[in-house]
Write a protein that binds this ligand. Structure first.
Ligand code: ZN
Length: 292
């Protein structure tokens, strides 16, 4: 017995452990199935180095690539009532939240709000986090977006939203649906103040988020090959009883059909956004355009 527990078991463990180690260093691209070295992939802003597939990047990884010198200020989300309906499906909602929080990076719900200089101009960014309960919009995300819009107005700054969401947070029932109107009013305040509101649609942007603030931008950019839509393709196909065209609900398809203004590679987002903010905010550019 001793020989088995003291000798064989550690040997077996070592064998298994050795197998596990490389998995943390490498990952497989879901599109081209090539193995990617984790460090290269992270340095490449989580874009596949072989085929250019844009993977879902979490806000805290994205923000440093946006702001001047990677410097920004984080704004904590306003406090909200947790689990207002005491909801439970296969699991209690507060238990789900706790799990998501344990893996959350720099946020308390599915939204991160930050401000800082972009092209030397104060800018407010609100980025949804698909890694936090599928980027679903409940009261906290709604409150966060209202805060971001008010911050933009107070600082006379443009508001940029990065959308990534499965939709409304079902566990908050009607309260999550109310966020559709609240966020719509919030972004209207930014527009009424004469400030640009730009949306960058990322994979995936669906449901209640695409039915509210994500589709109300002055300009809509999209990352390549992102799924953007309201209902899923299967639901639509079953309803209209027709085959859906190829590339349906993808960025490039939406660009072709006028729902998106430009499909922009993740590496080009910062310079594109700065160019657009400058065009929309710099009085000299506005005057020269007006002059003819
Ligand atoms: Zn790939």
């Amino acid at each position: 017995m001793n020989w088995l527990t003291n000798f064989v078991r550690p040997k077996l463990r070592a064998l298994v452990a050795r197998k596990e180690a490389p998995e943390n260093l490498w990952l497989k691209c879901p599109k081209c199935e090539q193995m990617l070295f984790m460090r290269d992939w992270e340095a490449n802003q989580e874009v596949c180095t072989h085929c250019g597939h844009h993977m879902r990047i979490r806000p805290m990884k994205r923000l440093p690539h946006l702001f001047d010198e990677g410097k920004y200020e984080l704004h904590p989300l306003p406090k909200v009532t947790i689990d207002p309906l005491k909801f439970r499906d296969t699991e209690r909602y507060d238990a789900r939240l706790k799990k998501a929080l344990a893996k959350a990076e720099g946020t308390t719900d599915a939204l991160v709000v930050a401000s800082g200089l972009m092209g030397s101009r104060m800018t407010v960014v609100a980025a949804l986090d698909f890694g936090f309960m599928g980027g679903s919009m409940g009261t906290a995300v709604g409150e966060g977006l209202v805060m971001a819009a008010e911050l933009a107005v107070a600082r006379k700054a443009p508001l940029i939203v990065f959308s990534a969401s499965g939709g409304a947070r079902m566990q908050e029932g009607i309260l999550s649906l109310m966020q559709l109107t609240r966020t719509t009013i919030a972004v209207r305040k930014v527009k009424e103040a004469g400030l640009p509101y730009i949306v960058v649609l990322t994979d995936p942007t669906t449901g209640g988020v695409s039915a509210s603030f994500a589709m109300l931008g002055d300009i809509h950019l999209a990352e390549p090959d992102a799924i953007i839509g309201f209902a899923g393709p299967r639901v639509i196909q079953d309803t209209i009883r027709q085959e859906l065209p190829e590339g349906f609900q993808r960025s490039e398809y939406l660009l072709e059909h006028g729902m998106v203004d430009a499909v922009v590679h993740r590496h080009k987002l910062r310079e594109t956004l700065i160019r657009m903010i400058t065009l929309l905010m710099d009085p000299r550019v506005v005057e020269s355009v007006a002059a003819g």
